[in-house]
Write a protein that binds this ligand. Structure first.
Ligand code: ADP
Ligand code: GN1
Ligand code: MG
Length: 367
């Protein structure tokens, strides 16, 4: 695929000359390339991505959402007289047909962004400050989108964080067992069945209208926020594919999932997978410092439930994908999705064990 990257790059309006490109990042969904251009060959200038159309069947709607979201944030930053706006919000590069994407001869969708300089993402968080900064950035992001004008954003992946729907898909995968993998995951299947009540509890909150629908990011894992190389501050929230109506609990939940462990999402030594209280404190205080002004009491009361629920749902999705033959998430080793699932389930267990202390901490920080 790398062979035709130059040709694809040239379908975008940049005024720059292509030098080379390489696969980039560790996202599980899209194919991402970083592009170098003439005159600036010592660094990357653009991020070029092939949108995964197996997962996103409506890329035009997806890009429509992203354009609306990024333009709205850009306007706000301009009104604030912010500096370095191209580092603080993704800049969508138009194609030579003035579209925010390019469709190649195989009907594959491509998009391009300015490469954000002097900042990077982390797959595993390295310090408390990083956790706090990431959480602050996601809170600011939600706040900026609270007054997005016009119609609701497209629900690009309907039921993305719907526990009931994910549980039903999991049950079907167990029943069908198309790869004969049931026997290697019996314990995990048992754990999920015993914890389905977590999904029920969140469904109840939503059905009773206790938590408001907001525009949320829905994929707030730590490598979807760029942190400044020098100051360590949050620079830009990226990976906007799943920005759509959702609940604040989901965004906070994925911060708990990815920023309170000190190892990778696919760590195989489960003794290393624990919820670190100091990191939890950093994300709660970071998130409340920016989102605290708009969150309602029920959202604050259920932050920990959000953490448990998102960690469980992603564990369930990894397990379902494992049972179905690794069709959704990119994998790079045998049993990769099972390993990822085990890490998530271990983290759910660790949250359960420390829940009272976590709750006391939230209450202390809210005061
Ligand atoms: P995926 O949906 O597959 O996770 P992402 O949009 O998150 O794809 O991109 C993958 C990685 O590429 C990110 O984790 C980040 O490191 C890098 N990346 C994405 N967009 C940019 C950008 N505009 N500037 C610099 N790096 C970026
Ligand atoms: C995927 O795109 P990426 O790698 O940031 C996934 C998330 C999962 C995450 C698990 C569209 O996120 O929902 O939580 O992997 N994105 C999609 O690491 O399914
Ligand atoms: Mg990503």
């Amino acid at each position: 695929m790398i062979d035709n990257i130059k040709a694809v790059f040239e379908k975008f309006e940049t005024g720059a000359e292509f030098v080379d490109a390489e696969p980039y990042g560790s996202g599980h969904i899209n194919d991402t390339f970083a592009v170098r251009c003439k005159g600036k060959a010592d660094r990357f200038s653009y991020i070029l991505q092939r949108i995964n159309s197996n997962i996103f069947p409506e890329p035009k709607k997806l890009m429509d959402n992203i354009v609306r979201v990024t333009e709205h944030i850009r306007k706000k930053l301009e009104l604030q007289n912010a500096e370095e706006i191209d580092r603080k919000v993704l800049t969508v590069i138009r194609s030579i047909n003035s579209l925010p994407y390019y469709i190649d001869e195989h009907q594959r969708y491509w998009r391009m962004y300015i490469f954000i300089q002097n900042a990077r993402t982390y797959d595993v968080i390295e310090s408390l400050d990083q956790a706090r900064e990431a959480a602050k950035s996601f809170g600011i992001f939600q706040g900026m989108l609270a007054d997005l004008p016009g119609a609701a954003l497209y629900e690009i992946l309907p039921g993305f964080h719907d526990g009931q729907k994910r549980f039903a898909a999991f049950e079907k995968a167990v029943k069908d067992d198309i790869c004969g993998r049931l026997k290697t995951s019996e314990r995990e299947i048992g754990f999920v069945n015993e914890h389905k009540w977590i999904f029920d509890k969140v469904s109840e909150l939503i059905e009773k209208g206790q938590v408001p629908v907001r525009i949320t990011h829905n994929d707030t894992k730590i490598n979807n926020v760029m942190l400044d190389d020098v100051t360590g501050e949050g620079v830009c929230v990226i990976d906007l594919d799943t920005v759509m109506p959702g609940f604040a609990l989901y965004d906070f939940g994925d911060m708990v999932r990815t920023s309170t462990i000190t190892v990778a999402e696919d760590e195989v030594d489960l003794s290393k997978v624990t919820m670190a209280m100091d990191r939890f404190e950093a994300i709660v205080s970071g998130y409340l410092s920016t989102a605290g002004k708009f969150l309602c009491q029920a959202e604050i009361d259920n932050l920990i439930l959000g953490g448990k629920m998102i960690t469980l749902i992603i564990g369930v999705r990894f397990l379902t994908d494992f049972l179905m033959g690794d069709a959704y998430f990119k994998t790079s080793r045998e049993n990769h999705n099972l390993d990822r699932c085990r890490t998530q389930l271990k983290l759910v267990e660790s949250i359960e064990q420390q829940q009272n202390k976590m709750q006391a901490l939230v209450e202390k920080l809210v005061k």
